[in-house]
Every structure is written in C-alpha cells, then in structure tokens.
Design a protein around this ligand. Structure first.
Ligand code: ASC
Length: 150
C-alpha cells in the first residue's frame, strides 16, 4: 500500500528536482566530454575562418558560394561551444575567469553569435566579407585575450 507519507515525499522530491534541474543540453556526464565538445566547435570555426581569411588575404580566389558555406558553418557552430563550459570542466587553455566572470564571458558569446550571424550575408562580396571577417575575428581575439591561456 502506498502511504500518504511516501506520496508526500515523492511529490516534494519531484518539486525540488524540478527546481534544481538544468536543461539536458547543458550537461555532460564527463568533464572531458564537455571539453572535447567545446574544442570541437572551436576547431570547426577555426577551419572555416581560415578558409575565409585565405580569400580576404588573396591567398585563395574569392568564391561567394564557397565563402557562404563557410560563413553558414561558422554562424551555426558559434552557438555550440558554450554548453561545453560547464563547471568543473577545466582545461589548460580555459582560464578560471570563464566561471568567475560568467556574465562578462556570456557577453562575448553573444557578441560572437551576433557577428557570426552577419557572415553569410557578407559573403556575397569580397569587400563586405573582408569587413565582417575582421569584425568576427576581432571578437574571437578579444575573448581569447581575456579568457584563454596561450
Ligand atoms: C581564428 C581563430 C581565432 C580567430 C582570431 C582572429 O580562426 O582561431 O582565434 O580567428 O585569430 O584574430
């Protein structure tokens, strides 16, 4: 028989669990998986920024369609690394300020996503691409200067 007491316990446990639960997307069971996840997203962005930068530097011919593919990849992937910066998922390159100054770090995430979202449109011409690769790369750099060990 189910007692009133155990029902009350189950109800309060569910309530407390609900209050403290974190969205599943923000959790990795293993810290090393969180690190791998964010580093993988950064790696994809770096590879695609490299392709765009090669065009803006003139090391590779400008091709709007190729540029747009990389621009779209960066826009999409710019939304991903942040879930990987969960508490306790330390790495050599991640400074403790990431967690100590969480609001500041979040500001850089928002800036990056905003600039990355302008890349696909900017990929239409070499001039606008140059400008937007500069603006996006500037956000990468300022955040790395503050929150990443070299
Ligand atoms: C990259 C990359 C960065 C930025 C930065 C731009 O591709 O890995 O950190 O661009 O170098 O200044």
């Amino acid at each position: 028989m189910v007692s009133l007491r155990s029902l009350a316990f189950a109800a309060s446990a569910a309530l407390v669990g609900g209050l403290f639960s974190i969205p599943a997307s923000a959790q990795f069971a293993k810290a090393e998986d969180a690190v791998k996840y964010r580093q993988s997203a950064m790696f994809i962005m770096n590879a695609n920024m490299g392709r765009l930068a090669a065009m803006t530097r003139g090391d590779r011919p400008f091709d709007a369609a190729v540029a747009q593919n990389s621009a779209r990849a960066i826009e999409a992937v710019s939304k991903l690394p942040w879930d990987g910066f969960q508490k306790g998922a330390d790495s050599k390159r991640a400074k403790p300020e990431i967690w100590a100054s969480a609001a500041d770090f979040k500001g850089y995430q928002d800036k990056l996503m905003a600039e990355a979202a302008k890349l696909p449109g900017a990929a239409a011409s070499l001039d606008s691409l140059k400008q937007q690769v500069g603006a996006t790369g500037g956000v990468c750099k300022s955040c790395h200067d503050k929150f990443r060990n070299d």
